[in-house]
Design a protein around this ligand. Structure first.
Ligand SMILES: Cc1ncc(C[n+]2csc(CCOP(=O)(O)OP(=O)(O)O)c2C)c(N)n1
Length: 537
């Protein structure tokens, strides 16, 4: 017999979870002591950062990652990263310490109700009723986290459990590919074959199911318009492809208008639909035949319209390609946006157009730049899988730690993190982790001195501009980064930008460039002027 602690390290090793992201406290020390040398502990100075780096690492490495946080103290701080993992379908096995079982009844200092706190945002939240069940509970959590749709699980572990005796946990496998009903796919194929003007919507689950090549092959076979889902958290179609028509707008009527010319729309791996501001309308023009293929039964059940099919996206795309007729059509060229002005002050459109010129073709973007998402979307053209990650549910603090975790998982690709000067403050301690882990992320701070996206939303919702808390003057991110040990520079003039970016990319160290940019304020988060009044009131 071994101890619970020894058996846990054995099963973690067997399951491939030997990198542990965490922030420790007294209730975790009995687990963390004498960590075996083949394990790596990655410290986050704040739990949003620890769990957020784990999230990035999980997305980059495409596997489950173990997280160890501190009782309820950390669970609250880390909850926004856990909900990001929930929406991004990222398999995190999150554990926290609990007070000693022998005094829990008396609710001692650091007694934890974390299980109840996290429940809405995890696939399973559990505190084992016996110490000797802890390793098996972790294995069960792993298997569930890896089932599509993947996602976080949570286990609370009393601190006295680790020294108990326990039997080994036998390593087992659980299959992870669930195929869509072929009769239902046949119906989609039949409707596509009789369509005059079909369209595909590419969603994040294409990457979850490693279906990039299959999606691309299907689109080329059908020779039809392809749109990215609204406010995408992943890019799942080559941005420079002749069939790519850009992103859908995240509001009902504008989105329906965008798709109005299509008689058949097939949504591959996305919700129907992710909206932001409320602009009432139909999900699609009445009369359009709408299908959804998703790996997520919740997304199927919750779709506002259309017929849904649950199953693996890579398989479904291949199946549709094999069961539909190839379509001809005039090959359209991809349209490039006009080159933005290089007059000062630097605009975010100019910044992203320069960035697009200098980054490697296989760069990975982890972004959080609310008011300039539209500019990023238009000017950064990446055509490789796994090249884009963004906030899945509007909670700021995602970008910085995700970038560090992605870079740690993907040492051969360069991770770029464009981020607002407001957004970076929600998880700024990740700069220290980038330095400590030698993760050469290029952080580009868009310094406009305000919450431009919120000002844009004030306009959009017509609440006016007389709202407090919209400006954030006097933050020097160069000094803050340097304080965490990171080289950092400021860029103020347009012609300083390209040399600064090139010099940072030539090196192999994490670097921060703070760019003074023109205020946005005309755009709401993830949306452009096209959905603002007077077009839609
Ligand atoms: C955790 C969290 N707190 C607050 C908000 C509300 N919020 C949305 S956008 C935004 C402004 C972010 O500022 P910045 O990063 O500078 O980007 P900008 O709006 O200037 O483009 C805020 C505070 C949020 N979405 N998430």
């Amino acid at each position: 017999m071994s101890t619970v602690r020894e058996t846990t390290y054995e099963i973690l090793r067997d399951l491939g979870m030997t990198v542990i992201f965490g922030n420790p406290g007294s209730t975790e020390l009995p687990f963390l002591r004498d960590m075996p040398p083949d394990f790596k502990y990655v410290l986050g100075l704040h739990e949003r950062v620890a769990a957020g780096m784990a999230l990035g690492y999980s997305l980059g490495a495409r596997k489950a990652v173990f997280v160890n946080l501190h009782s309820i103290a950390s669970t609250g701080n880390g909850l926004s990263a856990i909900q990001d993992a929930w929406y991004l379908h990222a398999p995190l096995v999150v554990t926290t310490g609990q007070q000693d079982r022998r005094q829990l009844l008396a609710e001692p200092f650091l007694a934890s109700r974390a299980v109840e706190t996290v429940r809405p945002y995890v696939k399973w939240a559990f505190e084992p009723s016996r110490a000797e069940d802890v390793p098996a509970a972790i294995a069960r959590g792993y298997h569930l986290a890896m089932q599509p749709p993947r996602g976080p699980v949570f286990i609370s572990i009393p601190m006295d459990d680790w020294t108990h005796q326990c039997a080994p946990v036998i390593l087992r496998t659980t299959s992870q590919t669930v195929l869509a009903d072929s009769a239902a796919l046949d119906e989609v194929a039949r409707v596509l074959d009789s369509s005059q003007c079909p369209a595909l919507i590419a969603g994040p689950q294409i990457e979850e199911d490693e279906g990039w090549r299959e999606m691309l092959a299907l689109a080329e076979h059908l020779n039809l318009d392809v749109y990215q889902d609204p406010i995408p958290c992943r890019w799942t179609f080559p941005r420079g492809h002749r069939l790519f028509r850009g992103g859908l707008l995240p509001a009902q009527q504008p989105l329906a208008d965008q798709l109005a010319k299509h008689d058949v729309v097939v949504v591959l791996g996305a919700r129907i639909f992710l909206y932001y501001a409320y602009v009432p309308g139909n999900p699609t023009r009445p009369g359009t035949k709408l299908f959804q293929i998703t790996n997520d039964p919740q997304a199927a059940a919750g779709a506002l319209a259309g017929d849904s099919i649950v199953g693996n996206l890579a398989h479904a795309a291949s199946y549709l390609q094999a069961h539909t007729k190839a379509r001809d059509g005039a090959a359209q060229e991809a349209t490039l946006p006009p080159g933005p002005s290089r007059q000062p002050p630097i605009t975010t459109a100019y910044l992203f157009s320069v960035l697009n010129r200098v980054i490697p073709k296989d760069a990975v973007i982890a972004e959080e730049c609310p008011s300039s998402k539209g500019d990023l979307d238009r000017h950064v053209i990446l055509n490789e899988p796994g090249s884009f990650y963004s906030v899945p549910n509007g909670v700021l603090g995602f970008g910085l730690p995700a970038a560090v975790g992605l870079q740690m998982a993907l040492p051969h690709r360069r991770v770029i993190c464009p981020i607002g000067d407001g957004s970076i403050q929600y998880s700024v301690q990740a700069l220290w982790s980038a330095v400590q882990n030698k993760a050469p992320v290029l952080f580009i701070v868009l310094r406009n001195g305000d919450y431009s996206a919120l000002k844009g939303f004030c306009d959009f919702t017509q609440v006016g501009r007389n709202v407090p808390g919209m400006d954030i003057p006097g933050i020097d991110m160069v000094k803050i980064a340097q304080g965490y040990g990171m080289p950092a520079t400021e860029v103020d003039q347009p012609d300083e930008l390209e040399p600064a970016l090139k010099s940072a990319l030539a090196g192999n160290a994490p670097t921060l460039i703070s760019v003074n940019v023109a205020k946005g304020g005309q755009k709401t988060m993830g949306m452009d002027q096209s959905v603002n009044p007077p077009n839609y009131g």
